[in-house]
Design a protein around this ligand. Structure first.
Ligand code: C2O
Length: 548
């Protein structure tokens, strides 16, 4: 591979959306941010310079970061933030991955405007396992907020109530036709008839899983989270925050200027209010550049999308995603398991501090937890304190491998739904083969949680509704061609089982990719120890690693 250099200047930029101009945090003044392009095997050297008043870090979401954990990016997990006026060079190699991923800020809620696509092409001379597309188009879903999200989330955490919701969803930063003042701010994809396009879909929204569809067109899913899958056709895709999906779009023989809407709107199962609006883009046919017959304008056709809480669709869509699992692209599912973990994921409550009124139920603060531990962000980076053997006062290694008490996870919640708090990690010896079942709880409400694991891809070996039952459910695990990915939806009122091999030394964050749940504490970290071999150790940090 070769080395590719990028420079990310974090700077403020005025942007106008929904009839209102606001100053937003950007990379190089662009929104969405610049595209990173590389081939499998290339090294990326990205210098991030912080010119804004906020502390910043950037995460290369889905990049495995084999022995380069210092470049992963989550604030206070692998690095201290880059402070105003400071810079940090992220230096890592793309190993064994090709497809679509994305980068985003990984501190507070700054990723609302700090995100962009990562396109990883196969090695030179290596073809896709499907016909070469005519064109490749990144399509990033996001959110637009009229208010300042940093203020919104810090207020919400103080008062304990639910934060506000976004004002629009966006496609490549544009809200689309259905919003005020947005007719011009509509993403337009001009296509030729009878061609195949590869759409690289990324859900970079803060808090919402999304359905996406294009009127009168099928989509063929060929890759998720930078892993090829067995191709399947669908009208609609579901994509959670943190997921990426490549689809092939075959254009038909419509007339020049025929137009069709593409649309995305939320899949939501929780109790909270959510932004139930629809973002749209336009698919427009044209013959060739010298034939633009403006007189034959066809009306826009609307796609059909599932209703907001269509868990049946979500489940059947998830089940269709299967690894290629062939000789060229094998599914290396761990067959034996060294350690089993059972994590409950869901909401809970924190007590209200004395002399304060709180906006959670019965004067409490809303919280979220894994095995009832609501993660407390340390004030130095875990990876640094681990590497330099300075865990004291920073983290403890007693993260519970099972829930602290049993209850009917999908039935009536227990009477005490207060969480415990702490900065706890799970220590894994190098090369531990892990099976993890994540069970949604009905505490406050059943809800789908897109869980994201840093540093690894995992195999989704099983999923189901109700309470996970190890003696019955394990028998049905798919160890042949399960989806391999980095973000998976824990079904609302159900569970998902994943397996991964802990072959990457470092500290790896795992959290719900709904930003509000992360803020409430639905996060934890795995600490993978060095192995004995020279290629099984995490190298020391780069000299410019930011200090806290
Ligand atoms: Cu895309 Cu830890 O996040």
């Amino acid at each position: 591979g070769i080395t590719r250099h990028y420079k990310f200047n974090i700077q403020m930029q005025n942007m106008t959306r929904l009839c209102q101009t606001k100053s937003i945090v950007t990379v190089n003044g662009q929104f969405p941010g610049p595209r990173i392009i590389a081939r499998e095997g290339d090294r990326l050297v990205i210098k991030v310079v912080n010119h804004v008043q906020y502390n910043v870090t950037i995460h290369w979401h889905g990049v495995r970061q084999l022995r380069s954990g210092w470049a992963d990016g989550p604030a206070y997990i692998t690095q201290c933030p880059i402070q105003t006026g400071q810079s940090y060079v992220y230096n890592f190699t793309i190993t064994g991955q090709r497809g679509t991923l994305f980068w985003h800020a990984h501190i507070s809620w700054l990723r609302v405007t700090l995100y962009g696509p990562i396109v990883i092409l196969p090695k030179k001379g290596v073809a896709y396992p499907f016909p070469q597309p005519f064109k490749e188009i990144p399509i990033l879903f996001g959110e637009w907020w009229k208010a300042d999200t940093e203020t919104i989330i810090s207020k919400a955490l103080q008062t304990g109530g639910a934060p506000n919701i976004s004002d629009a969803y966006t496609i490549n930063g544009l809200p689309g036709l259905f919003y005020n003042c947005s007719a011009k701010d509509t993403f337009k994809l001009k296509v030729k008839p009878g061609k195949t396009y590869l759409l690289r879909l990324v859900n970079a929204a803060l808090n919402d899983e999304l359905f996406f569809s294009i009127a009168n067109h099928n989509l063929t899913v060929v890759e998720v989270d930078a892993v090829y899958v067995k191709p399947f056709k669908t009208n609609t895709i579901l994509i959670t925050p943190g997921q990426t999906t490549n689809v092939r779009l075959k254009t038909k023989h419509f007339h020049p200027n025929a137009t069709f809407l593409m649309a995305a709107r939320p899949y939501a199962t929780g109790p909270a209010a959510f932004d139930n609006s629809t973002t749209t883009g336009i698919l427009e046919y044209h013959q060739s550049s010298n034939n633009t017959n403006k007189s034959s304008k066809f009306p826009l056709l609307n796609p059909k999308l599932p209703i907001f809480n269509d868990t049946t669709f979500a489940t059947s869509f998830a089940k269709k995603i299967r690894s290629l699992a062939n000789a060229k692209f094998p599914a290396n599912v761990p067959k034996k398991v060294d350690k089993r973990f059972f994590f409950t994921v869901g909401l809970g409550l924190n007590p209200c501090p004395k002399n304060q009124t709180c906006q959670g139920p019965n004067n409490t603060k809303l919280a979220a937890s894994v095995n009832n531990v609501s993660f407390v962000q340390p004030n130095v980076a875990l990876l640094q304190s681990h590497f330099f053997n300075q865990s004291k006062g920073v983290y403890t290694t007693d993260f519970p491998i099972n829930p602290p008490f049993k209850f009917n996870y999908t039935g009536n919640p227990p009477t005490n739904i207060f969480v415990t708090t702490g900065t706890k990690v799970v220590v894994l010896p190098f090369n531990t083969s892990v099976e993890l079942v994540m069970q949604d709880t009905s505490i406050i409400s059943a809800e789908s949680h897109p869980l994201h694991l840093h540093g690894f891809n995992f195999f989704v070996v099983g999923q189901g509704f109700g309470n996970y039952n190890s003696s019955k459910d394990t028998a049905n695990f798919n160890l042949v061609d399960p989806a391999e990915r980095n973000t998976v939806g824990v079904p609302s009122g159900g569970w998902v089982a994943i397996r991964f091999l802990a072959d990457n030394p470092g500290v790896w964050f795992m959290h719900c990719h709904l930003e509000v749940h992360t803020s409430w504490g639905l996060k934890m970290a795995w600490m993978v120890m060095d192995g004995k071999g020279p290629k099984q150790k995490l190298p020391p940090p780069p000299a410019d690693l930011p200090k806290c």
